[in-house]
Ligand binder design. Sequence first.
Ligand SMILES: O=C(O)c1cc(=O)[nH]c(=O)n1[C@@H]1O[C@H](COP(=O)(O)O)[C@@H](O)[C@H]1O
Length: 297
Amino acid sequence: MSDDRGAVPAPGHSWGHRLRSAIGARGRLCVGIDPHPSLLRAWGLPESAEGVEAFSEICVEAFVGEVALVKPQVAFFEVYGSAGYAVLERTISVVRSAGTLVVADAKRGDIGSTMAAYAQSWLGEGSPLVSDAVTASPYLGFGALDPALSLASETGRGVFVLARTSNPEGGGLQGARVTESSESSQLSASTPHEVSVAQSVVDDAAAYNRDGNDTVGLVVGATRGHGLNLSEFSGPILAPGLGAQGATVADLAEIFYDSRELLLPNTSRDVLRHGPSVSALREAAERVRDEVEAGLA
Ligand SMILES: O=C(O)c1cc(=O)[nH]c(=O)n1[C@@H]1O[C@H](COP(=O)(O)O)[C@@H](O)[C@H]1O
């Protein structure tokens, strides 16, 4: 396993800077650590915290140093309670210590005062779960995420906010029309207008990122055309859906033709199905990473 920790700047630099360095060293693919029960069975592991620990150790061995980011999906650890959380803590810590960026896929979102506690959990220096970035839901209002965005910005971390998700059920809510606030509007402040919920998230994210730190990322699925105007948004875009949900590298190139600089395609099951062999997993991740690099060049 190669370990070029020095390639990825530690917190202290902006999230955008850290991401660009990581992408420059290892490409833009983000591989999920999603210990689904079906994968545990397929890998001959028990459906328990011990099984998830063995699964995670294999993933760490296969992916660290090979890809820029890994994204543990918290739900698959949480299901085993405190024992599962202990495994998650160790996994995050080992991956980060080896210089690979961790996006905790926790999809948090709450009123601001509670959001501050979530922010401390996932982005606070010294927290057992501290990661480089976390996924967040904006459905209590984009402004309610502020404690997480502020902490992330101060510490060179990121928050990926759901805009247009990869699942088919997301369209009704995310496509609903809302009147956009003048602050985030791309049009003149004197012309209130309607945009989709997803577009309002994009515009709020673009407004927040005007400080140049790229703290706010978007989650935009790769499974269909997103219908968003991303022209004002230059921050990171996490794009799940590659592989198991049907999206291809060609789809990525087409859907994100005008927003590729910090595009971070995610794939989980399509790589993980190659386990439990460390070498097979690593080869699968490298193959997808290289396809993505070639397809988005
Ligand atoms: O935030 C996410 O990561 C996410 C958002 C989204 O819109 N769609 C989506 O699939 N995800 C996550 O991305 C991963 C996709 O996994 P695969 O379908 O196995 O590649 C899962 O961990 C999902 O929870």
